[in-house]
Design a protein. Structure first.
Length: 401
């Protein structure tokens, strides 16, 4: 079969959605399918970095297109970058031969409608893999007003993509319920979470020590938030906790990754002179084990309004390295369902947004009870979210859905 994959990021970009799609593409190619990817030339978090226009990688044909590079400093800048990238994707897809199946993710916004339309023209199957559920997410974030002309137009486009999908791939049951509420039959919605990166991510004692030494973390209790920094993952409460612990020399807060809110974190650190907070850029996949293993406590954050609209995929790699975690967000959610199944012997805590006192108590408690990096093992439930389990399920859905 000929598969076309559409997303803003792909190999060698390090953003999670690009990594997941890269793994799906390689798995399809390994099964003898002809796989083509249309993606952006610009690195997600560094638009000055540009990848090759075309590349054959592990049997996957990659076409990378351009866009403006105004950045994420204002809504109009993001809209211009997204819009120009979408137009360039359209121009490239229009020159491709017929495909048998089209898989579209959700970045840039509206890429799904391009995938759905192309599939209609080719009489191909369309798969809508929802990573962020828009425009509902935009409304929840306050970027868009429900009922406005822009919302109605975007909602029509979203429903068009949903209606024309042979399968809608939702990341958890909360997202499935959002999709079904749009009038999509439950039978056409596949709940399939993202997975841990089994081949690259595991507890790495040597890498942990090397990473900690390289960044001056020896002897510190490291509280880490790793991944995309976005308004849907509000970090104010965590930063408030860091400010309260600024005089404790034994605790360091480490923010690793990028995204639109990463600069806000840096600005807060500079304004409040938080010497106990460090910021590092995204780590390449081959260094991810060392980076994640370096933490004594990982923080998973979800905004109160975003259950079913986004998915906390970082939790899977955190479990893969066996690290203690602190959840900051609403209940119930996909995260709280996982926490309820972790069982005895796995250290975790939870708090609500705005409750700095509970965050401080949980950090103190977990600091006291965790045994550092000695013999960390993933909890049994981690296998349910492993690449071994879920990637083959994804391939099966795409081949038969």
């Amino acid at each position: 079969m000929k598969f076309l994959l559409l997303n803003q990021t792909f190999y060698p970009d390090v953003v999670a959605t690009g990594q997941y799609l890269s793994e799906v593409a390689v798995a399809l190619a390994a099964r003898g399918h002809e796989v083509t990817v249309v993606t952006s030339r610009l690195a997600y978090d560094d638009p000055t970095r540009r990848f090759a226009k075309t590349e054959l990688w592990r049997g996957v044909r990659i076409h990378r297109v351009g866009s403006t590079a105004f950045g994420k400093g204002a809504k109009w800048r993001r809209a211009a970058d997204f819009g120009s990238n979408l137009l360039c994707c359209l121009a490239r897809v229009a020159r491709l031969p017929r495909q048998d199946a089209v898989i579209a993710l959700t970045s840039p916004p509206l890429i799904s409608v391009l995938g759905a339309a192309a599939a209609q023209v080719w009489d191909a199957r369309f798969f809508y893999w929802i990573m962020d559920f828009n425009p509902d997410e935009a409304v929840a974030a306050g970027w868009l007003r429900a009922g406005s002309p822009a919302f109605r137009a975007l909602d029509w486009i979203s429903r068009y993509s949903l209606r024309h999908a042979a399968k809608v791939i939702a990341l958890d049951r909360f997202m499935r319920d959002r999709v079904v509420a749009k009038g999509i039959p439950t039978a056409r919605v596949e709940v399939l979470p993202p997975w841990s990166h089994d081949g690259q991510v595991r507890f790495d004692a040597v890498g942990r020590e090397r990473f900690r030494q390289a960044h001056g973390l020896d002897g510190k209790f490291v509280v880490m938030h790793s991944g995309n920094h976005s308004p849907v993952h509000p970090l104010v409460t965590l930063l408030d906790a860091a400010a309260r612990l600024r005089d404790d020399p034994g605790v360091v807060f480490l923010f690793v990754g990028g995204g639109s809110e990463f600069q806000r974190v840096k600005a807060r650190v500079a304004t409040d002179q938080l010497s106990n907070v460090r910021c590092l850029s995204y780590q390449p996949l081959d260094q991810l084990s060392a980076s994640l293993s370096a933490a004594d406590l990982h923080v998973v954050v979800m905004g109160d309004a975003f259950v079913g609209l986004i998915h906390p995929c970082k939790i899977y790699n955190i479990m893969a390295v066996g690290a203690p975690m602190l959840y900051l967000g609403p209940e119930p959610s996909h995260v709280t369902e996982i926490l309820a199944q972790l069982g005895a012997g796995y250290d975790f805590g939870s708090a609500r947004h705005g409750d700095v006192e509970t965050v401080l108590r949980e950090i103190a408690r977990l600091r006291a009870v965790t045994s550092g990096a000695v013999n960390r093992q993933p909890p049994p439930i981690a296998e349910s979210f492993s690449q071994r389990q879920l990637l083959s399920r994804m391939v099966q859905v795409l081949e038969t859905g």
